[in-house]
Design a protein. Structure first.
Lengths: 346, 245
């Protein structure tokens, strides 16, 4: 039985309206190519930030090299397409599995140790891949293009080859990806895995004495996160139509994904969504307005915003709601006390 | 007593931290349905013994048998699944989770379904008198409630044996009485219990048998009566403790 009142919360209405606007945006004749491009990027980063949140937030292991899995996804899918003729729709799942296996190996080694070893090795992994891909011209006899990268040559519009003249099909792919990823995060958060991960992040010893297999659940979180990152990376590669080691195994992208999650609210469902939805357009806008004259200024402003959020809202933007509710509750309490006192005086 | 079934036993259990021998050749056994007291001065190795039984520490040598099966060195989560639950001397709540969710983590061991786990957690909390607090965050709970929540969490994993590590420390006399009642109730429900306790009145009243540890070695074993008249125990432990009471 579905309770209608429960469905009509302000949050649900807001989400529905936003999704409707997003679904209809490309249909409006006034929507330009730039708006489509920007919304695509925003949705992609919401997807990535949500995927990152599974390991970074739910499981509490900061990764500073999460774009590594984006790169793996992109390269595997593109090479499968170029040399094996495998459709990216299938290739991206193979890419996801490859990324999950690599993540699993790194996780298995580093999760045995407490502390930030995973974080450190994530940076190392990213750099290893970038340098290796830039330095080597081929893998298993297949050309990777070295530092120049690979180009997906135009072979005509094709759904199976993920080649489209317009960016609108990609727009809808990213939209669906984003929705599915947020739904998956919601599912994980409210499942046994979500509770176990919450227990592990707050107190590992207590969790294991309650029957939680720490390694298993951390690996599940890391592998599913890496799988999703690679899936996004594969589509992103076909969206760009060319890939190279520097832009795929990118440290800035990794850091930005991590920061979006932190600014929005680490470990929450809507935090990464909110963080990416605000920071991607902001970043693009700053690059467009100051990029030419003061190329460093956008980074300075970006940095200041991050510092302000970390200082005043360490739990991210989503904690604003809690703060507001707490204040309202306190005001109400004060009012009740005042009324009681007034009645006593009478 | 002799016809009772043995459920847990240790053989020559020894653990060393560098040069320090925290437990030396500890041989204890536990019968089904029994309340076993574990006493001794601070640093006698009681909690270390618990940590080995619960899988948090691996013994340097010796064996632990649970229902005849060797469980030495098995990880904590496996031992929990086999039926040994524990509480911590220093309470270890999941501070960011509510009391209900804290207990649910334990329940999820036996119930895959979230709602069923939630229902079971609510039942356990109601039984332990924490019904009012189910939506309170672990961080905002007082010590007596936290100690109860620890027991609730251990119970949630549906153990056969519960290891209670100083559940009465830091409680006032009334709360102690309540805790004692709780322990006796647990036994009535069929749980087997090992408890570490410093409050003599509680251990002596509640336990069927007591082991006394001193500097990592078992120096005495027997009924509360036997132990409290043992000269070695009086010299090393009770003498000082009696004055305190």
């Amino acid at each position: 039985m579905i309770d209608k009142k429960k469905l009509l919360t302000p949050k649900n209405i807001l989400v529905t309206v936003v999704l409707l606007i997003l679904a209809l945006l490309p249909i409006f004749p006034t929507t330009g190519a730039y708006a489509i491009q920007l919304t695509c990027l925003t949705m992609l980063f919401i997807y990535w930030a949500s995927a990152y949140n599974i390991i970074g937030g739910f499981a509490g292991h900061t990764s500073l090299g999460h774009a590594c899995y984006v790169g793996i996804g992109a390269y595997v899918a593109v090479m499968l397409y170029l040399y094996g003729g495998i459709s990216p729709w299938i290739g991206m799942f193979i890419a996801g599995i490859v990324a999950a296996v690599i993540a699993g190996i790194i996780g298995y080694v580093t999760f045995h140790m407490r502390g930030s070893y995973y974080t450190l090795s994530s940076v190392a992994l990213l750099n290893c891949f970038r340098i290796a891909m830039a330095a080597s011209k081929e893998i298993f006899g297949f050309k990777t293009g070295g530092a120049v990268g690979l180009k997906i040559s135009w072979m005509g519009e094709s759904v199976s080859g993920m080649q489209f003249v317009s960016k609108v099909p990609f727009y809808y792919i990213f939209l669906v990806f984003m929705i599915l990823c947020v739904l998956l995060c919601w599912y994980i958060k409210n499942s046994k895995m979500g509770y176990y991960l919450a227990a592990i992040t707050t107190n590992q010893d207590a969790a294991s004495s309650l029957g939680v297999n720490i390694m298993q659940y951390k690996l599940m979180a890391l592998c599913s996160s890496a799988f999703l990152m690679a899936l996004g990376g594969a589509v992103y590669a076909f969206f760009l139509t060319s890939i190279d080691p520097l832009s795929m195994f990118n440290y800035d992208t990794s850091a930005r994904i991590m920061l979006m999650t932190v600014v929005g609210g680490l470990g929450t469902l809507w935090g990464p969504v909110l963080g990416a939805a605000l920071l991607v357009p902001l970043n693009e806008w700053m690059r467009a307005s100051f990029g030419a004259r003061l190329s460093g200024l956008s980074f300075v402003i970006y940095g200041i915003i991050l510092m302000l959020v970390v200082m005043f809202l360490p739990k991210g933007l989503v904690s604003l709601k809690d703060k507001y509710e707490k204040r309202r509750y306190e005001k109400q309490q004060a009012k009740e006390v005042a009324v009681k006192e007034a009645s006593v005086h009478e | 007593m002799s016809e009772q079934k043995e459920i847990l036993r240790t053989e020559h259990l020894t653990i060393k931290f560098g040069g320090l021998v925290a437990n030396n050749d500890v041989n204890i056994h536990l019968n089904e349905g029994e309340i076993l007291g574990l006493i001794g001065t601070n640093g006698a190795g009681k909690t270390t013994l618990f940590n080995m039984l619960a899988g948090a520490l691996k013994p340097t040598s010796g064996k632990i048998y649970y229902r005849g099966q060797d469980i030495t060195g098995k990880p904590a989560d496996k031992i929990c699944k086999m039926g040994i639950g524990r509480t911590y001397q220093v309470v270890q709540p999941f501070t960011s989770l509510t009391v209900e969710e804290n207990v649910m983590v334990g329940c999820l061991n036996r119930h895959r379904n979230i709602e069923r786990a939630r229902k079971r957690a609510d039942e356990i909390l109601e039984e332990l008198g924490l019904g009012k607090h189910i939506h309170t965050k672990g961080a905002n709970l007082g010590l007596p409630q936290l100690k109860r929540m620890e027991i609730a969490r251990a119970l949630a994993t549906e153990p056969d044996i519960i290891l209670l590590d100083e559940v009465m420390a830091g409680l006032n006399p009334t709360e102690c009485e309540e805790a004692m009642e709780l322990v006796l109730n647990l036994r009535k429900k069929g749980y087997t219990i090992i408890m570490i306790e410093h409050i003599m009145k509680a251990v002596m009243n509640v336990s069927d048998r007591i082991y006394v540890l001193n500097q990592g070695v078992v120096i005495a074993e027997g009924t509360p009566q036997e132990v409290s008249t043992n000269q070695e125990v009086i010299d090393s432990y009770l003498g000082g403790a009696k004055k305190k009471c």
